[in-house]
Design a protein around this ligand. Sequence first.
Ligand code: HEC
Length: 101
Amino acid sequence: MKPTLFAVLLSSLLFAGQAMADNKTSDAKGDPKIGKMLVSQKCSRCHDDSVYSRPDHKIKSYDALVARIRACNANTNAGLFPDDEAHIAAYLNLNYYHFKK
Ligand code: HEC
């Protein structure tokens, strides 16, 4: 293997490790700040934020929350990527649901 190629491979491995370490500081893998922005842009067409905080809300676990976000994303053709769904889950959990994962 050429030394330059080796250096490129090594630095990309280090970079990936760093990115994973950074992610641990926010909520698992989602960033609530990005999630908040996405929710206000993409999610207010059918329901406002009160569905997340109503006393009889339907979502009872973090996994169900992620599944619901995915279903709503599919309904809306919002075109969210899995990362976006993780950001939204982090935001909604931090502000409304408070599930332990
Ligand atoms: C096409 C309409 C529509 C859009 C747009 C939409 N949703 Fe929903 N969402 C619904 C419906 C319908 C329900 C069920 C309401 C109920 O059960 O009374 C719901 C419920 C939810 C719940 C569960 C609330 C509870 O009871 O705990 C979550 C979480 C949620 N939506 C997230 C999102 C997110 C995040 C987005 C943006 C990606 C979004 N929704 C966009 C239709 C939509």
